[in-house]
Design a binder for this molecule. Sequence first.
Ligand code: ASP
Ligand code: MG
Length: 417
Amino acid sequence: MIVFKFGGASVKDSNGVKNLLKIVKSYSENLVIVVSALGKTTNALENILKLSFNNIPESKNQFTRLKEHHFQIISDLFNNDDQKLVTEITESFGFLYNILYNSEIEDYNYRYDQVVSFGEIFSTKIISAYLNKELLKNTWVDIRKVLRTNTTYREAKVDYKKTSEGAMNKFDFKKSRVYLTQGFIGGAEDGSVTTLGREGSDYSAAVLANVLNAESVTVWKDVDGILNADPQYFSETKKLKKLSYQESVELAYFGAKVIHPKTLKPLHNKNIPLHVRSFINTKDEGTIIHCFKKYDQDLPIFILKKEQVLISLFPKDLSFIIEDELSKIFKYLSDHRIKVNLIQNSAISISFCIDNSNSNVKTLIDHLKEDFKVLYNDQLELLTIRHYNPESIDQVTAGRKIYIDQRSRHTAHFVIR
Ligand code: ASP
Ligand code: MG
């Protein structure tokens, strides 16, 4: 059996859903289809929640617009003749309304997961019903009862053992050839809904592939595969035909946005290949990630992370920064879920680069100032080049101010302005 994942961009409107049907129809294997929320629904739900949490009336207007948008897609796909679906979606929006406006849940992260998870429930109910209407018989699975996690809301950890037991039962290909289910969401033992972190549907697909021993996973995207640079920032990009798991992990770690970083481990553990393909240009083979030995594409890969802060710490009395101090610093960072993108140390200083967006940088700096002399620079970029050569370095650093230049055999990092 194989696993397909369709992200929000692939199902942003009724044409997207029709295109999904066309793709799925051309396969005859046993299939699990993992789907995200329609288009930008997750962002919309995040907003609605934030506004409702602060008692801002605009929340209800946005709620109404989101509901109308979903019913517009239903009407485009069904001419409103699927009463069962209309009833179900109306009911689900009712449940969502109650959580948003009539419940007393105080914990924001908990509330977030109960609310934001509805995006995937709506999308999969609509798409499953549409495929059935078009005679692509499929079974809708409520993954909240199968993909078991702990209760770290918004970044729940998967319990593979329980998930595996549940999935083996639920996805029975003797009963149905095609299953359709939600990405991004799961459920905890206590019955609460959890989410796996933004853009987590790739990861859901990988987890299901792992526990069901899939032959392959295909993630359908709006690009032809994994490119050697983000076309948003680089004018010339080329597709990478194949990548090893290790290479892909490196790319994801340094900030390439093509696949969710957690996706690769469950696949690598069972040696399951991952295909990244275009849902528009379906003739293109895309990129395949598998257990290849060496990088043989002869293309440097560029990864740009914007909005970086470089923080440098010096001991107040010129003493060495020893392991004790380091472990204190890193404990603080890990407790506050601050991810370090690059580290450089010398005998009497340590510098590290973190995202400026939404991590609490000011509090961090104040905290560090208690023990160290702190210097920092913001509005920097972290540029990583895998498989660099002199030309590729010139290409991206010419005329820029370089704060850190760090090179190993295959990777060069530059913190630049
Ligand atoms: N719908 C979720 C999000 O937008 C999950 C996903 O798209 O993978 O973050
Ligand atoms: Mg999405």
